[in-house]
Design a protein around this ligand. Structure first.
Ligand code: GDP
Ligand code: MG
Length: 299
């Protein structure tokens, strides 16, 4: 197989929370597999999604620290380790929200700049701009902030300019053989993704009420006829947290379950029967063995 015109590279999508990174990634990939995860990075890259088309392969990777600026922003700003996460990628896609430019955006930019990589600036959510005439002067302001390889107004939600962004990304992929088989869309197991979907829905619905330490373990993951049966065990640290998670008359857990099931059906392309259980596992986060039993064996 001739490989001279094959391209393959690592791309990081970064930006402060809520600017639309996951939405953008999902539309770039054409399917929902990006789920924010707090599992610490231990490998060279945490691959979120792989897109292989014709002669090119784009590997989108997670860069912890570069998109969670909201929490303990100052610590993160000081944390030089974060910049190591982007050292090995070929391109950074930096996402901002319309014409807003916040301190957090600035911090993300400062981190990116330490990497001296090509950066494409995506000005997202332009569908929400009421006065479109503000866009152009603003793009000019943004252009002065760094030497961006390109600046692109995008609506990830409406898929406006997403294909154009992909074309831009391709320009920066090195000539290389593909690293992953064509059919592979992520390096994470389906079980892992299922657990992450449940965790994402919990954080979405209860993020403010529940602390960090929630773990989801997939107990069953099996096709039975046309239906994929998934059972997930959710571990919390205290009884009170279990009550919050279950909610009155089980309503909250049911709502989390139906959101999660919808995403799973899209992702696994199958009807899904999802069962959720909540267990109190006191102090698990301090117990190395317990962590290991929950799949955190690489920390
Ligand atoms: P992330 O935290 O950067 O990953 O942001 P998300 O992808 O989770 O998006 C945050 C919110 O912004 C969600 O409610 C999205 O539906 C919404 N959003 C993302 N992109 C767009 C866009 O282009 N236009 C509009 N109107 N909303 C968007
Ligand atoms: Mg996200």
């Amino acid at each position: 197989m001739a490989t001279d015109n094959h391209r393959c590279g690592y791309v990081a999508i970064v930006g402060r929370p809520n600017v639309g990174k996951s939405t953008l990634l999902n539309h770039l990939l054409g399917q929902k597999i990006s789920i924010t995860s707090r599992k610490p990075q231990t490998t060279r890259h945490r691959v979120l999604g792989i897109k292989t088309e014709a002669d090119h392969q784009i590997i989108f990777v997670d860069t912890p620290g570069l998109h969670k600026a909201a929490e303990k922003a100052i610590n993160r700003y000081m944390n030089r380790a974060a910049s190591a996460a982007i050292r090995d990628v070929d391109l950074v896609v930096f996402v901002v929200d319309r014409t807003a430019w916040t301190d957090e955006d600035n911090m993300v930019l400062e981190q990116i700049k330490q990497g001296s990589l090509p950066v494409i600036l995506v000005v997202n959510k332009v569908d929400l701009l009421e006065d479109k005439s503000t866009l152009l002067p603003h793009l000019q302001l943004l252009a002065d902030k760094a030497d961006f390889a390109a600046i692109l107004p995008v609506s990830a939600l409406r898929r406006h300019n997403v294909a154009e962004l992909e074309q831009q990304i391709l320009k920066f992929l090195p000539v290389s053989q593909h690293f992953f088989p064509e059919e592979q869309i992520t390096d994470r197991s389906q079980r892992f993704l299922a657990a992450e979907i449940v965790r994402e829905k919990i954080m979405r619905q209860l993020g403010d009420e529940l602390p960090y330490e929630i773990t989801v373990e997939i107990e069953e993951f099996a096709m039975d006829g046309e239906v994929l049966h998934i059972s997930a065990l959710i571990f919390v640290e205290r009884k009170g947290q279990k009550q919050i998670l279950v909610g009155e008359g089980g309503l909250r857990l049911r709502s989390i379950g139906s959101d999660a099931r919808r995403d799973m059906e899209l992702l696994f392309d199958s009807k899904v029967m999802l069962r959720l259980w909540v267990k109190v596992k006191s102090g698990w986060s301090d117990d190395e063995r317990a962590l290991r039993s929950l799949g955190y064996d690489d920390i």
